[in-house]
Design a protein. Structure first.
Length: 197
């Protein structure tokens, strides 16, 4: 019997990807005993319409690939960018299952998204079919005892850096070199300086 690899699917706009995303993914991989974490670059979130500050899909994908190229156990994934919009996690997970039948997928989401989870498309089906790990977010208290059996709360650090703050710092000419991987710092500055606000 073939042992299927356990893959965590950590989705986000990664607008841009930053050091907090990467450090969190490393912790989740270790704590949840995952073989890899695939950082799924997502198009517009159906529950967050109206984000006019979202960089082009291809540019966010390229930066995520560059940021993760020397990160063992972490990889960028663009499957969701190939799917019809709006993007729904249920569809993404089913496509991944078909494309990678030898992998077993676990959904990785933040406590803020867990609060919205009942509004997700086919949320009950996701819970029935896939394990879910939830990482803490500031301002979204959550307890393991309140979670369904198939959902595990991670004990990860809180990372207060945000992509929103990085974009603001770029527009104001402030340094970001401690906030994003060195491999993408110059590119991020170039891209977001020319982005309309």
């Amino acid at each position: 019997m073939t042992i299927r690899r356990r893959i965590g699917i950590y989705g986000g706009s990664f607008n841009p990807i930053h050091n907090g995303h990467i450090a969190l993914a490393r912790q989740i991989q270790r704590q949840a005993c995952l073989d890899e974490v695939w950082m799924m670059v997502s198009p517009q979130n159906p529950l967050k319409q109206g984000d006019n500050d979202l960089l082009d899909d291809q540019l966010r994908w390229e930066m995520t690939c560059e940021a993760l190229k020397d990160e063992p156990g972490l990889r960028a994934c663009d499957v969701e960018l190939q799917l019809p919009k709006p993007s729904y996690t249920w569809h993404t997970l089913q496509v991944l299952e078909r494309q990678y039948p030898d992998e077993a997928f676990t959904l990785v989401i933040g406590a803020d998204n867990w609060q919205l989870f009942p509004r997700w498309y086919h949320s009950n089906d996701i819970l029935k079919r896939y394990p879910v790990v939830v990482y803490p977010r500031e301002g979204y208290p959550i307890k393991q005892n309140d979670l369904p059996e198939n959902v595990l709360l991670m004990d990860t650090e809180l990372y207060l850096v945000s992509s929103t703050d990085i974009r603001r710092r770029i527009r104001e000419g402030l340094p970001i070199d401690q906030l994003v991987p060195k491999a993408i710092a110059a590119r991020a500055i170039r891209y977001y300086q020319t982005q309309p606000t």
